[in-house]
Design a binder for this molecule. Structure first.
Ligand code: FAD
Length: 468
């Protein structure tokens, strides 16, 4: 039977125009049930359930996180949107007005953020300078304690760390500019069709460990697909090792999150007088309704929850780094910086108290040589995905794509960093482990995006409640 007929019959059954076959009248299913009834209960490969996450996120975390992300430290992100696409050259800028990104004037960004000394307290910065100078001269200042010398040298070297899962922009490049994330929000841009599909396609087809012979269900760039492809795809996915399955689910979760945002901040009205942005229920249903998407939508929403759990776990693990007395959210405004650090720690302690954290210990376990090889593959594939972001033809989408991959890459670095593992948890903060301001800003903003998606799912659930 053709896919269209299948869809039509599914739809008619859902709206109650065809009987269920048992001769009795079923109560009509609401649109909310079709999107969400499979998005409940336990998540695969985790001990956590969707309802626990909803309650925790929507009421305890989301409001505080939003406040933090509005602060100067987190709203300015430095990015190079002019980097050439390393994989193909025919990339056309889509030219849509809603794809434009407005970079900051240099006087808008607080000096403390722009200065090279944003990383640590004044004393620590002085130490770094001293040490860097000594290193250039071929010696490390002997008057520093041995531990400090070691730590300082580690800090200055962290950028080359092999722990990185992302290819970060060179923020010293003249093409890198600060962007105010609050003035350039992630929302509907109209970037769609073959150009957007090509990016997603390259990500899934070439970077998610998938053999070419296995077809992704409903792939718009592949023709003539049916139920058998779907079955083959999911038996392949279930047969994978847990790490590779997780990799696919993280990417799919990120994809779902982006599509939730564009449905929640859709351009509803565009007149010369004003633009109105808001929830587009039809757009959401087309992407996530279980019947309209042949079951794919709810699966994708579950992947979004999986991504949430991974980033949540990374944040809980890195708390000691942020607790260090010399760590500050440095913008140069002493009172504001201290207040923000307090809010940051409050949020992190809330996250730590979450009862059902993801257990990453099952990852890269077993035979050391194989585990290391797998970890390296995982890292290289993820780095490739971060480079693909330079091929996205809509600058606004590119900005948020880069930020969210860097944020997820930072979460993976935290989860799987040998240095952090070696020093956690009782021995306190590891001075060998370090995050740059860019990593911190992207980590929290990326998590803020997933947290907003989870909150938006509640909004959509309510909006769809009375629709059949
Ligand atoms: P797409 O979302 O393009 O998906 C292509 C195919 O992938 C689908 O047909 C389906 O088979 C499969 N698929 C879809 N979702 C999933 C999933 N979660 N898991 C697994 N497979 C899936 N648009 C905006 O309006 N605003 C943005 O900020 C924005 N940011 C973007 C960032 C990036 C990096 C990219 C690549 C695109 C972005 N887009 C954005 C475009 C948006 O994601 C869609 O590509 C576009 O709306 C077209 O949607 P579509 O329904 O045709 O399917």
């Amino acid at each position: 039977m053709g896919r269209r007929w299948g869809l039509l019959i599914g739809f008619l059954v859902a709206v109650g125009l065809l009987g269920s076959g048992h001769g009795e009248q079923q109560p009509p299913e609401t649109a909310a049930q079709r999107c969400f009834c499979q998005v409940s209960g336990y998540l695969d490969d985790c001990t956590c359930d969707v309802e626990t996450i909803d309650k925790f996120n929507n009421y305890r975390l989301f409001p505080r996180l939003q406040k933090l992300l509005e602060s100067d430290y987190f709203r300015y992100y430095k990015v190079n949107l002019k980097r050439p696409c390393p994989f193909w050259n025919d990339i056309s800028q889509c030219g849509r007005r809603d794809c434009a990104v407005k970079p900051c004037h240099s006087d808008e960004v607080p000096d403390g953020i722009k200065s090279a000394s944003y990383k640590y307290s004044e004393e620590a910065n002085n130490l770094i300078e001293e040490c860097e100078q000594a290193e250039r001269l071929g010696a490390v200042d002997e008057s520093l304690s041995e531990e400090t010398q070691k730590a300082v040298l580690q800090w200055t070297k962290h950028d080359d760390s092999s722990d990185n899962f992302c290819e970060a922009d060179d923020i010293q490049s003249p093409d890198a500019e600060y962007v105010d994330l609050l003035l350039n929000p992630e929302r509907y841009t109209g970037y769609k069709g073959p150009d957007a599909w090509k990016i997603w396609n390259v990500i899934y087809e070439e970077n998610c460990f998938k053999p070419q012979t296995i077809k992704r269900p409903l792939n718009p760039l592949a023709s003539g697909q049916g139920k058998s492809e779907e079955n083959t795809f999911y038996s392949w996915l279930e047969g994978l090792c847990v790490e590779k399955r997780a990799f696919y689910r993280l990417i799919s979760g990120l994809h779902a999150s982006i599509n939730v945002h564009l449905s929640a901040r859709y351009l509803l009205q565009d007149t010369w007088l004003e633009k109105k942005w808001g929830h587009n229920i039809t757009e959401f249903q087309q992407r996530f309704d279980g019947v309209l998407t042949e079951g794919e939508g709810p699966r994708r929403l579950k992947n979004l929850y999986f991504l949430y759990l991974i980033e949540l776990r990374a944040l809980s693990k890195v708390v000691p780094f942020f607790e260090r007395p010399d760590f500050q959210l440095f913008t140069g405004n002493k009172d504001q910086d201290a207040e923000n650090k307090m809010l940051l720690l409050e949020i992190l302690h809330e996250i730590k108290s979450f009862p059902l954290h993801f257990d990453e210990n099952s990852f890269f376990a077993g035979n050391k040589k194989e585990a290391n090889k797998l970890k390296e593959d995982f890292r290289l594939h993820f780095r490739n995905i971060s480079r693909i972001m330079d091929c996205v033809g809509c600058l606004k989408c590119r900005l948020w794509g880069k930020l969210q991959t860097q944020g997820l890459g930072t979460a993976l670095k935290i989860l799987f960093s040998e240095k952090l593992i070696a020093n956690m948890p009782e021995s306190g903060p590891s001075y060998e482990f370090h995050l740059t301001r860019q990593e911190i800003v992207s980590l929290f903003n990326a998590f803020g995006r997933i947290s907003t998606s989870v909150k938006e799912l509640e909004n959509f659930r309510n909006l769809l409640q009375n629709i059949h």
